[in-house]
Write a protein that binds this ligand. Structure first.
Ligand code: AMP
Length: 211
């Protein structure tokens, strides 16, 4: 089973793909966004992190790299999904020294679809399962409550129209160059934006990790 790096714009479906890989193959999921959001918001570090996230900008590498290293140490020996890391070429170069046997999966998606998905996204704060109030297939069974643990679902502070454009631009400028980086290493796999059915996307992903 290969380790996984997801490269995708905000709300492209990394959460759904990760839930599938976790349930089917026992992957451990490291979301660097979650690692950052879990830092105590009242601490100096937490306040600094929130100031970047709420603007839609990337948090400085020095902060995220430490959190990532700790998470990788925790899950050593398990197949791992990296969701949200690397976000730029410098991070990819660092990752190269501490992570191997991976496939980089590019989830392509139209900007408008990403925006609609982002605005409808609701997440369980406890078990991290993601839902979407604008898409029937992804609505929770009981409005506003997690199907798995019944916790109240929440929207993220940075899932707003205002930050979306900044986050999307950050993605285009910093993260998209990773496609060339991983293509050169011959580890890049792509799910086309024409593949829109969730089951088709998940079966492509299953093929990539077993390749
Ligand atoms: P995400 O949950 O992946 O959408 O990330 C939410 C926010 O956390 C991003 O908009 C960034 O501000 C920050 N973030 C997450 N991962 C990284 C990373 N690898 N490098 C820098 N900032 C990050």
């Amino acid at each position: 089973m290969k380790n996984v790096i997801f490269i995708a714009p905000p709300a492209a479906g990394k959460g759904t793909c990760s839930d599938f890989l976790k349930a089917k193959f026992g992957y451990k999921h490291i979301s660097t966004g979650d690692l950052l959001r879990n830092v105590d918001k009242e601490s100096e570090l937490g306040k600094e992190i929130s100031s970047y996230i709420n603007k839609g900008e990337l948090v400085p590498d020095i902060i995220i790299n430490k959190l990532l290293q700790e998470a990788l140490d925790t899950y050593k020996g398990n197949p791992i999904i990296l969701d949200g890391y690397p976000r730029n070429v410098k991070q990819a170069e660092l990752l190269e020294t501490i992570f191997d046997n991976y496939v980089a999966i590019y989830l392509d998606i139209e900007k408008e679809t990403a925006m609609k998905r982002m605005l409808g996204r609701i997440t369980c704060p406890k078990c991290k399962k993601t839902y979407n109030k604008y898409f029937d297939k992804f609505k929770p069974k009981n409005e506003g409550l997690c199907d798995e643990c019944n916790s109240e679902l929440v929207s993220r502070n940075d899932d707003t129209k205002e930050t979306f454009d900044i986050r999307f631009d950050t993605y285009i400028n910093n993260t998209l160059p990773l496609l060339e980086y991983y293509d050169k290493k011959d580890v890049l796999k792509k799910v086309s934006k024409d593949t829109t059915e969730t089951d088709d996307i998940l079966s492509s992903i299953e093929g990539f990790v077993n390749d």
